[in-house]
Design a protein around this ligand. Sequence first.
Ligand code: NI
Ligand code: MN
Length: 224
Amino acid sequence: MESIKIVWHGHACFSLIGKKHVLIDPFLTDNPLAKVKPEDLKPDIILVTHGHSDHAEDAVKISKAAHAPVVAAFELSEILKEEGAETIDINPGGTIEYDGIRVKATMATHSSSYNGKYAGNPMGFVIDMGRKIYHAGDTGYFKDMEAIGSIDHPDIALLPIGGHYTMDVDGAFEAVKAIKPAIAMPMHYNTFDVIKADPERFKSLAGTVGTYVIIPEIEKPIEI
Ligand code: NI
Ligand code: MN
């Protein structure tokens, strides 16, 4: 099986690097935890789960500089296209294939707007690039996560644990039990005061059902 490197840039922003570089939810400019700048990243494709600025902030800038398309919900993709990004539109349940990478959009229970404009459905993604990675986006726990586990079989689940706008640690534990991934990584916590969470508690809980939690460190590549 082809191995990939996962690099956490802080918040919900990750690079998945195999034969291609997939960048998810680029939020760097105003991210207090980020150590890289938008111009440091040259992805082949950018995935944006929804329009909120802590996910979409640098998508247009990086798309233009790297000549990389942005995969986003139909309404958000129309907005980003107007701003000069190259886009691929999608909606929950849909799959696109680009440069040997398959991206399936899943549902997420959240909202989505971009600079005050309605931006369509919030989503998660299952990315198949040798390994299968589920990035949940911003979401609460929902029971259909079981179907993501039983139909898509992700090897790794990237799950928000910060609470307030998304699942907290207990919700993410429910997600782990539904999806049953071999590995999970926490995200979307400790960036701001309102989303403070303890990743070690998530790790202990997930360990009780056999999911190994890797707590990522910013810019430290994890080979899977
Ligand atoms: Ni959000
Ligand atoms: Mn968010």
